[in-house]
Structure formats: structure tokens, C-alpha cells
Write a protein that binds this ligand. Structure first.
Ligand code: MG
Length: 166
């Protein structure tokens, strides 16, 4: 049985994962509008992955006999500026998610810690992949051809792939 305070903390993390999905969907919309379909596609894949993360928490809470409680999602920003700024925002967001999961881990019982191990590994991967894109965008700077090339490269990611990974 889940301790009530742990149940609340797990629901809070479920909420954060859904907010991540919402943020990345918003970035995807902005990138699509700015003429970067590849960056948009990558962010859609990321959003699908975050939905998968949220559902892992959903299932875990249910499996432990807890109650899922969904709160209202805050409206994400809709303007992100250049792709670099959008991906920097995503990196900053992933770092805050990592900190939240580490904090949750400290308060968790042993079964929850075993469950969270997957997320700790996943966060290393998330920060690495977004960080690499931020680095590449910094190198590209204002170069149109470089941005076009990166957009095509990231567009090779399938949104469905993200959902499977999550
Ligand atoms: Mg996540």
C-alpha cells in the first residue's frame, strides 16, 4: 500500500510529465510555424515520449493501490524565438525534471526506488540528447544552410518511435 504522502508525490511527478508533454507540443507547434518541420517532428516525438513517462507513473500508482489524481495543466508558452532558444528551454526543463525525480527518490520507499531507477537512467539520456542539439544549434548560429541541415537531420526521427520508447 502506498503511503499518502508518497502517493501525492507520485501524482505530482505524473503531472510534471504531462506538463512536459504539453510544453514540447507547444514547441513543436512554434517550430512548425517558423518553418522548421524537422525540429517540430523531433519535439512531437519528445512529447509522445513524455506521455509514455506520465503513463508509467499512472500505472505504478494504480499497481500500488493508490489513487490517480489529475490536476489542471498550466498553459505553456507559445513563443520561443529561434530554435536555439526553444531547445535551451527544453534542456532547462529536463534538468528541472531530473532534480524533481532525484528529490522524489530521496522520499520514496524501496519498490518506488526500483521503479524510479529507469527514470534516473532515462534522464541522463534526455539531457544528453537535448544538450547535443543545443550544442549543434550554437555552432550553426545564424547560418541558414546549417539550420536547414540540422532541421532535416532531426526530422528523421519518427513521432511514433518516441511513443514506443516511453
Ligand atoms: Mg519525462
Amino acid at each position: 500500500m502506498l503511503d499518502p504522502s508518497l502517493e501525492t508525490a507520485l501524482n505530482e511527478q505524473l503531472h510534471r510529465e504531462l506538463e512536459s508533454e504539453y510544453l514540447y507540443l507547444s514547441i513543436a507547434g512554434a517550430m512548425e510555424h517558423a518553418g522548421f518541420p524537422g525540429f517540430a517532428r523531433w519535439m512531437r516525438g519528445q512529447a509522445a515520449e513524455e506521455h509514455g513517462h506520465a503513463m508509467r507513473f499512472f500505472d505504478f500508482i494504480c499497481d500500488r493501490g493508490g489513487r490517480v489524481r489529475l490536476g489542471a495543466l498550466a498553459e505553456p508558452p507559445s513563443e520561443f524565438g529561434q530554435p536555439l532558444a526553444a531547445f535551451e528551454r527544453a534542456l532547462e526543463h529536463e534538468r528541472s525534471i531530473t532534480a524533481a525525480i532525484v528529490d522524489l527518490y530521496e522520499r520514496a520507499d524501496r519498490p518506488t526506488r526500483a521503479f524510479l531507477d529507469w527514470f534516473l537512467t532515462e534522464q541522463v539520456e534526455e539531457e544528453k540528447s537535448v544538450g547535443q542539439i543545443v550544442d549543434a544549434l550554437r555552432l550553426a548560429g545564424d547560418s541558414g544552410p546549417a539550420l536547414l541541415l540540422l532541421d532535416r537531420e532531426l526530422g528523421a526521427r519518427s513521432p511514433v518511435e518516441g511513443a514506443d520508447e516511453g
